[in-house]
Design a protein around this ligand. Sequence first.
Ligand code: KIV
Length: 263
Amino acid sequence: MKDILDFARARREERPIVVVAAYDALMARLIAASEADAILVGDSVAMVAHGHPSTVHATVEMMAVHTAAVRRGAPAAVVVADLPFLSVRDGRSAALRAAGELMRAGATAVKLEGVAGHEDVIPHLIGSGIPVMGHLGLTPQSVHALGGHRVQARTPEAAARLQAEAALLEKLGAFAVVLECVPASLAAAVTGALGIPTIGIGAGPQTTGQVLVLSDLLGLDSQFQPRFARRYCDGAATVVAALNAFVGDVRAARFPAGREILA
Ligand code: KIV
């Protein structure tokens, strides 16, 4: 994917969009070397890289640092950066300042959670030249209000509300919408009703695209293995085995040796 307009092209051509969430230059370089379409600098960075219990702890400063690192690692990639908790709740100017920081750090676009209360902010950002991706369903910044990380929109009323919110996001000008942890049938209905692409995570197979967090798909966290995230390798076991091989070599005086010893 070259630019943000490719999201619309992919939707028109019914081409699946693949997004990977990552937070640093090295991982961004690896994603750029793959065939993935875009990199999301998700506010999950607060949990995955900083060890916080929720994304509520992400700040604009934190997001800008990681966005800049990802941009340095992947100079030509489409990079979407998360607007963190509360950063768009204090009016259009505050939202513009936060989004501006992320854009100057290297983002191609920003993502924000929910739509209620952001109806004026979203067109303001878009009108200022900042592409906006929406995020509905499980919106982790509201984890405390939602009573935990759980599947959303299971009742007919909640499903209808989410469908209306998705339609509103499209009307307000969002270029895509993430659907997180919603029933697959609802995600399929929303995708069918929208002209913009949906990017699913825990939302079944019938979205326009899928997003996974890199550490989840690499199986790097043995303590966090969400059911919806397929592990493409056992990264945790591989890394621990490599570390123990290093420990063994040092303890047995096998490392360093040969060309590893500098003259
Ligand atoms: O923060 C994040 O990584 C995200 C994805 C899980 C969609 O928002």
